[in-house]
Design a protein around this ligand. Structure first.
Ligand code: FPP
Length: 243
């Protein structure tokens, strides 16, 4: 159970509202995504100061392919720029990069950059930045099920050994603890296929600000909110156990 005042080790963020931020300023949507990358940089720098060890961000969902071609290409371009420009700083600051999502469907240059970012930073331990890219929760679960089914058909595992822990180890997030806190910006109240397995017991915080406006103060506010939550994981609060 989380005691009041506790801090989450893993915070996951749905960075929503880039388009509306841009529209409110009469700017093209790509300007909102660019400002979103700035907000991401600030959040990665701030996270270790709050004792956060894992930060997962939803950068491109498997459903985002349905956006206009030009926007998809802008988002791909921004990821490339982010990795090329920021990888050295991330590495210097002890950030380990992990990427979750289906990498097979990506262009070879993007796949190469993601592989490079992961291998260069693999030994870092200040913060793990988990980038969900071409990620969809149902797709992740289906891929894990397929992997286990193939292993069973090949005789590498016994079907009866499959339990929640074995299943979790087949997900893209293998080795990453579940997020205690999920933050979504822009006032939308849903999870949109983001980490459906891993968020079974996560606390959720919805902030009205658009992602490009997200600052260290918003992060502090979400963490204060989290610290006041009582987490029971299906059990009872300590004060109710003797009743
Ligand atoms: C949601 O805003 C945001 C996204 C679909 C992409 C998030 C991407 C970034 C913050 C920048 C890219 C980061 C990397 C690492 C490449 P939206 O476009 O759905 O906004 P709207 O709901 O207001 O239209």
């Amino acid at each position: 159970m989380t005691t009041p005042g506790a801090m989450p080790a893993h915070v996951a963020i749905i960075m929503d509202g880039n388009g509306r931020w841009a529209k409110a300023r009469g700017l093209p949507r790509v300007a909102g995504h660019r400002a979103g990358v700035e907000a991401l940089r600030g959040t990665v720098r701030a996270a270790p100061d709050f004792g956060i060890s894992y930060l997962t961000v939803y950068a491109f969902s498997s459903e985002n392919w349905s956006r206009p071609k030009s926007e998809v290409s802008d988002l791909m371009g921004l990821l490339k720029i982010f990795i090329r420009r920021d990888l050295a700083e991330l590495h210097r600051n002890g950030v380990r990069v992990r990427v979750i999502g289906d990498r097979e469907g990506l262009q070879p240059d993007i796949k190469g950059l993601l592989d490079e970012a992961e291998s260069l930073t693999a030994q870092n331990d200040v913060l793990t930045l988990v980038i969900a890219f071409n990620y969809g929760g149902r797709d992740e679960i289906a891929r894990a099920a397929r992997k286990l089914a193939e292993a069973a058909v090949d005789g590498r595992i016994d079907v009866r050994s499959i339990d929640a822990a074995v299943f979790a180890a087949s997900l893209d997030t293998n080795g990453i603890p579940d997020p205690e806190l999920v933050i979504r910006t822009s006032g939308e109240l849903r999870l949109s296929n983001f980490l459906p397995w891993q968020t079974a017991y996560s606390e959720l915080t919805f902030l009205p600000c658009y992602w490009p406006d997200f600052t260290r103060d918003h992060l502090a506010e979400a963490l204060r909110d989290f610290a006041g939550r009582e987490r029971r994981f299906g059990g009872l609060a300590p004060q109710d156990i003797a009743l």
